[in-house]
Design a protein. Structure first.
Length: 310
């Protein structure tokens, strides 16, 4: 029994980071796959993608009820075949995580094999210094393999940030600060992130941009004076986008979008805040998260939800 206790993984605690990361994957699932798994991206038809209810899968051996983070159904391009994609963010190093992924896969195969041609398990390692995390499980007897299971993985801290700075992918912008860079490159990383926001600002609505900024702010170390200096430099370098730089100015801080919204309210722009809140709710964002971003009380968000999301 003592050995089992030592080998068990930490209890999973649901944090705001988890909620924000999960919402990022829900909103930009296709962009996530395109960014990190382009070979898979080419095979999928996203027009028929739907997220499935959270499933509880019982680990018979460990006698635990395990809940999947994200499970979605999509289709192969040009074929009448459904595919299940299981996304599992992992924020700490667990010696038995690969076993848990195999249990997930086995239960999903048992339950869904008749309808789905393929199950794609993907782990996203978000912890700092993730390197060569185990993503396979093998069993053999007398030198002969009887089982070999392998899942896809993304180790964010193994991805070099410069590979992504010319991308217009919103997932790349949100996660840039979690990628690999050294201390001397911090300012460059932040400048590249702001430049990416400028490009995305012309393509995304306020709710989606707020989500990207809120996720990015979880991983950025903010210095308000430095941030304002960066934005000023950005405006000088790209004067044709000065109007967008002005809109980003109050958002680039630890409080991020919340501060920008509050300043807007003080300037009589409450109608704009309401529009942002409505868009976020319609995107399926959690009311508590909307309340945090907009600075509006939860009761007011709840009333807004009843009025505009029926």
């Amino acid at each position: 029994m003592e050995e089992d206790k030592e080998r068990s993984e930490p209890t999973r605690e649901y944090t705001p980071h988890d909620e924000a990361f999960k919402k990022l994957l829900q909103t930009f699932f296709a962009e996530f796959i395109e960014l990190f798994f382009p070979h898979v991206h080419e095979l999928l038809d996203y027009s028929q993608t739907r997220f499935l209810m959270q499933e509880q899968l019982v680990d018979v051996v460990g006698e635990q009820a395990l809940t999947l983070d994200l499970l979605l159904e999509t289709k192969y391009k040009g074929e009448d075949a459904y595919v299940l994609v299981h996304l599992e963010p992992q924020s700490y190093r667990g010696s038995r995580f690969h076993e848990r992924m195999f249990v997930y896969f086995s239960r999903l195969f048992e339950r869904h094999r008749k309808r789905h041609k393929l199950i794609i398990p993907i782990a996203i390692f978000t912890m700092d210094h993730a390197r060569d995390e185990v993503n396979s499980l093998k069993m053999a007897v007398s030198g002969r393999t009887v089982l070999y299971f392998r899942f896809l993985k993304v180790e964010l801290s193994s991805q070099h940030w410069r590979r992504f700075i010319d991308s217009d992918n919103p997932v790349a912008a949100a996660l840039l600060a979690k990628m690999r860079y050294n201390e001397s490159e911090i300012r460059e990383v932040r400048f590249a992130y702001l430049r990416m926001l400028l490009r995305l600002r012309r393509k995304l609505d306020d709710a989606k941009l707020a989500l990207i900024m809120s996720v990015a702010d979880l991983y950025n170390k903010c210095d308000i004076r430095e941030d304002e200096s960066l934005l000023q430099e950005l405006g000088e370098k790209y004067p044709e986008e000065g109007d967008i730089v002005d809109k980003l100015m109050p958002a680039w801080s630890r409080e991020g979008y919340e501060k920008g919204i509050k300043e807007g309210i003080e300037q009589g722009m409450e109608h704009g805040v309401e529009t942002v809140a409505i868009n976020m709710l319609r995107e399926g964002m959690d009311p508590d998260f909307v309340s945090k971003v907009t600075g509006w009380p939860e009761q007011k968000i709840a009333e807004l939800r009843k009025r505009f999301t029926k």
